[in-house]
Design a binder for this molecule. Structure first.
Ligand SMILES: *[C@@H]1O[C@H](CO)[C@@H](O)[C@H](O)[C@H]1NC(C)=O
Ligand SMILES: *[C@@H]1O[C@H](CO)[C@@H](O)[C@H](O)[C@H]1NC(C)=O
Ligand SMILES: *[C@@H]1O[C@H](CO)[C@@H](O)[C@H](O)[C@H]1NC(C)=O
Ligand SMILES: *[C@@H]1O[C@H](CO)[C@@H](O)[C@H](O)[C@H]1NC(C)=O
Ligand SMILES: *[C@@H]1O[C@H](CO)[C@@H](O)[C@H](O)[C@H]1NC(C)=O
Ligand SMILES: *[C@@H]1O[C@H](CO)[C@@H](O)[C@H](O)[C@H]1NC(C)=O
Ligand SMILES: *[C@@H]1O[C@H](CO)[C@@H](O)[C@H](O)[C@H]1NC(C)=O
Ligand SMILES: *[C@@H]1O[C@H](CO)[C@@H](O)[C@H](O)[C@H]1NC(C)=O
Length: 481
């Protein structure tokens, strides 16, 4: 891959002080997430007998959950010698298939949802890395065969990849140079998708990690620091470099899908955790990461399941948060302190995971379902009130009264700010209600903008200055409340 790769990174900050919106996560989803996450509170890898047994158990658990959701399941055994020692290693990917009407025809454009099964190192519990991805995978399989089922044109593959992680201290073990499981899957894609093509592989890796430590989001490593610095100067510092951070990463090839994901993420957070902020920026990362002085980010991409798809000329995006080697963000490495059930199952982590995974589900529906989404808002068939904003959703739309109006969105009534005492007029001014807003008129013998009135004859420059300072203060207050 020698073409220029421009990564688009979507960053969603979690306002670290506003973590109490727990009830917004549907109780049934919360219970499921907790149960599944706990199943992955295990050290699952190929390098020690007990850990291998736990890995086999996790593999079987994925198979059982996929089967009970109604998927057709294949255990894909593979062997590869792309290892540090040249010795061959083997592993097993779990593949669940949900067939669309075009399955096994040239018209099929398969969407792959993937996460990895194994843990890194010998002592990592691997709840966040990557029990979170597996948990999302199971719940997405259950939702897309259950409450979110749609008539599908295209097929969905749910895949748990083995041998994604390497063992740090090599001790003579044969360790995969890359993510062997996803490399093998991409190489052998024709055995699963015999006809048709892959639309996109959406990889979820470490999606339940919230880090309230000071400077947890701080960028420390060159050259990534250069890419991020202006962004963090603009936004990061406001949050004290704490909280959560979702990176949704792709290249120019994936840009449209990234933009769609962001739109869907914003729609989900509107109704769940509106305190998340989403922003995007281009990260001008040139070419495939290679070389010996790789930064953590580059190393992560070199080994990621996403790169396995890029290597095989398939489109793929990576959804990930602050996890070791997933970003240049330190202090929450994939360690026992951080990557355990107690931490990953906390409400703030589950909420973020829910938002991330639900947006992935909605994106999948958008890509595979038969019915094209009708955008009632742009077609003008919505029933929103004149003073409401229309928001398209997958199968419907929502109406939200504009600022200064109240109601259910279908009817929006003017709020009388003067009568409610919400107006910020100077005490030397008279409040005048207007549709959707209000005006402050300085009383006779005073002048100014109505928010600040000074005895006539005094300069109005001071008044205008005062007003601007107020706005900035309110803006900051919203971030830290
Ligand atoms: C794996 O699962 C089996 C059956 O559920 C159980 O008996 C066994 O103890 C598990 N192995 C480990 C290492 O937990
Ligand atoms: C794949 O490997 C598992 C054990 O690792 C074994 O139980 C299963 O039969 C194998 N499947 C195939 C199709 O070879
Ligand atoms: C895998 O890594 C080893 C050691 O780092 C290297 O010798 C070998 O050539 C690599 N294999 C491939 C296929 O890149
Ligand atoms: C890698 O980093 C080391 C130490 O900073 C430096 O000496 C070396 O020249 C670098 N190599 C490359 C290829 O940039
Ligand atoms: C991917 O496409 C490039 C050219 O666009 C080609 O050189 C390369 O062999 C392809 N790789 C695979 C795995 O198909
Ligand atoms: C699904 O397939 C039908 C029939 O080929 C087609 O009319 C429709 O546009 C397709 N929907 C999507 C979303 O691709
Ligand atoms: C909508 O708001 C505008 C002012 O923004 C106002 O003039 C108009 O009367 C409002 N319409 C209704 C139906 O409330
Ligand atoms: C996303 O999924 C949620 C939960 O299933 C649903 O309520 C919402 O309408 C969906 N939004 C879109 C845009 O699909």
């Amino acid at each position: 891959m020698d073409k220029t790769c421009a990564f688009l990174v979507l960053v969603a900050f979690f306002d670290f002080l506003a973590v109490s919106a727990v009830e917004r996560l549907p109780a049934a989803d919360k219970a499921k997430y907790s149960t599944y996450l706990q199943k992955f509170e295990t050290k699952r890898n190929h390098y020690r007998l007990d850990a291998k047994q736990l890995l086999d158990n996790a593999t079987l658990y994925m198979k059982e959950k996929f089967e009970s959701a109604g998927l057709e399941v294949k255990l894909q055994n593979f062997t590869t010698s792309d290892t540090t020692t040249g010795q061959s290693v083997s592993g097993t990917n779990v593949v669940g298939i949900l067939k669309g009407q075009f399955f096994d025809t040239a018209k099929d454009e398969v969407v792959i949802l993937g996460a990895h099964l194994d843990t890194r190192g010998l002592e990592q519990e691997g709840v966040n890395n990557d029990g979170s991805g597996l948990t999302a995978l199971i719940t997405l399989a259950e939702d897309l065969t259950g409450k979110d089922k749609c008539a599908q044109n295209h097929s969905i593959l749910f895949v748990a990849f083995d041998r994604s992680e390497t063992f740090d201290v090599q001790q003579g073990h044969a360790v995969c140079n890359k993510s062997c499981g996803s490399q093998a899957f991409a190489r052998d894609i024709n055995t699963v998708v015999q006809r048709g093509s892959v639309k996109i592989a959406i990889i979820m890796d470490c999606i339940s990690n919230y880090n309230p430590d000071a400077d947890a989001q701080k960028v420390y490593e060159q050259p990534i620091k250069d890419y991020f610095s202006s962004f963090f100067e603009d936004q990061g510092l406001i949050y004290g470099n704490m909280g959560n951070y979702l990176a949704v990463v792709g290249r120019e090839d994936e840009k449209e899908i990234l933009i769609k994901y962001k739109e869907l993420f914003n729609q989900v957070r509107e109704t769940t955790y509106s305190q998340y902020e989403a922003a995007d920026f281009m990260w001008n990362f040139k070419g495939k990461p290679t070389g010996i002085n790789l930064t953590n980010v580059e190393t992560a991409f070199e080994k990621s399941d996403t790169l396995s798809f890029w290597d095989a000329n398939m489109t793929s995006i990576l959804l990930t948060d602050t996890c070791y080697q997933r970003d240049p963000l330190f202090s929450c490495k994939s360690n026992v302190w951080c990557d355990n059930y107690a931490k990953a199952s906390r409400d703030d982590n589950l909420g973020f995971m829910y938002t991330t995974a639900t947006a992935a589900k909605n994106l999948t529906k958008f890509l595979v379902c038969t019915d094209k989404d009708i955008n009632e808002c742009t077609q003008g068939t919505d029933k929103c009130a004149v003073n409401a904003t229309c928001m398209n959703t997958y199968d419907s739309y929502k109406c939200i009264c504009k600022n200064g109006f109240k109601g259910d969105g279908f009817t929006c009534d003017d709020i009388d700010e003067c009568a409610q005492g919400d107006a910020k007029c100077s005490k030397e001014a008279i409040c005048v209600n207007l549709p959707g807003s209000y005006r402050c008129n300085c009383k006779h013998s005073f002048s100014g903008d109505g928010f600040n009135c000074v005895a006539s004859g005094t300069s109005t420059v001071a008044a205008i200055f005062y007003h601007i300072v107020m706005l900035v203060a309110v803006g900051l207050l919203e971030f830290t409340m």
